[in-house]
Design a protein around this ligand. Structure first.
Ligand code: P6P
Length: 333
């Protein structure tokens, strides 16, 4: 008999570690697993069933929406509506909050903020994409109509967060506040199986991930850091290696395992950076910190930023602890 732990077995075994146990969060994580399997199936046949290419519409970020974006968004909304644990969703694909209309949703105790399919511009060129999610307890009273206050919560209030990477394999990575665990989908049994237990991100690394095409607009500290990483100095293992795939989940996940720093700084075009606080900044910062890394705007911890708008953006420097601190050294010179 093969020796593996499925997501379901893990969640039951670890139940006592989950805040507000009572099985609700376990069911929520199970629902995320189900939705991710459906999206994985769609992503893996993208080239075959003519769901490539633009859906024609544009989302609130004014980005061309690919059909898979729609499928991803609708899949998660339908799954959470059926599950009954979630009362409201904020999605990168929707302008406002999505109060769920499922039979029990009004009594749902949990809130989801999600980017159902991040990196969707990579769909047509067969590059890895991902789902990113945050889970909070609602702040409004159970049984009442959820409000924006339920989704506008700082990352230091998170109950759980994680991502799904649709890459060479489909991997679900999440934390409920007791470290980071990764589960790889085994299509032969249709189960997510524990593949990386208690991930610790290396304190040091040589990989820096940033879109240097915007370099002219970067803050001086970032420009100085990018000069420093390219200098020849064997004692500090430089020059470093540039790795940037343009799909945050893929860039983040590689850096999480190998050591590295991911940077999306402010630019003239996007004075607060391009990435969204609710849908990318907070959940990925939670995972970075739970794995022993850091995540900062350059002036404060991202998990302490109090959201005021659903689609607000945030500058991001996140990853290996010593690498983030090195970037901050240049930013604070
Ligand atoms: P740029 C994808 O559109 C995304 O939201 C992230 O997944 C990715 O890290 C970033 O934007 C890429 O942005 O400006 O470098 O193309």
């Amino acid at each position: 008999m093969e020796n593996f732990t499925t997501l379901g077995q893990f969640v039951i075994e670890k139940q006592q570690d989950f805040p507000y146990a009572k099985g609700e969060l376990s069911r929520l994580l199970r629902d995320i697993g189900i939705a991710s399997k459906i999206i994985s199936r769609e992503v893996n046949k993208a080239g075959l069933t003519n769901i490539l290419g633009d859906h024609g519409s544009v989302n609130v970020q004014d980005e061309d929406v690919k059909k898979l974006d729609i499928i991803g968004n609708e899949t998660f909304i339908a799954t959470f509506s059926k599950g009954g644990e979630v009362c409201v969703i904020a999605s990168e694909e929707n302008e406002g909050i999505i109060p769920l209309k499922g039979t029990f949703s009004k009594n749902g105790k949990y809130v989801i903020c999600m980017d159902p399919l991040d990196g969707s511009s990579n769909i047509d060129v067969n590059v890895s994409i991902g789902t990113i999610f945050s889970i909070y307890k609602r702040v409004t009273e159970v049984g009442t109509e959820p409000t924006e206050a339920d989704v506008l919560q700082a990352g230091n209030k998170l109950v759980a967060a994680g991502y799904v990477l649709y890459g060479t394999s489909t991997m679900l990575v999440f934390s409920t506040g007791n470290g980071v665990n990764a589960f790889t989908l085994d299509p032969s049994i249709g189960e997510f199986c524990l593949s990386h237990a208690n991930i610790k991100s290396p304190d040091n690394g040589k990989i820096y991930s940033i879109n240097e095409g915007n370099a002219a607009e970067f803050p001086q500290g970032i420009k100085d850091y990018l000069t420093w990483v390219k200098e020849e100095d064997k004692t500090t293992d430089r020059p470093y290696t540039s790795r940037y795939i343009g799909s945050m989940v893929a860039d983040f996940h590689r850096n999480l395992l190998k050591g590295g720093v991911f940077i999306y700084p402010p630019t003239a075009k996007s004075p607060n950076g391009k990435l969204r606080l609710l849908f990318e900044g907070i959940p990925m910062s939670y995972i970075a910190e739970q794995a022993g890394g850091l995540a900062t705007t350059s002036t404060m911890r991202i998990l302490d930023v109090e959201p005021t708008k659903i689609h607000q953006r945030v500058p991001i420097i996140m990853g290996s602890k010593n690498m983030v601190n090195k970037v901050l050294e240049f930013m604070n010179k």
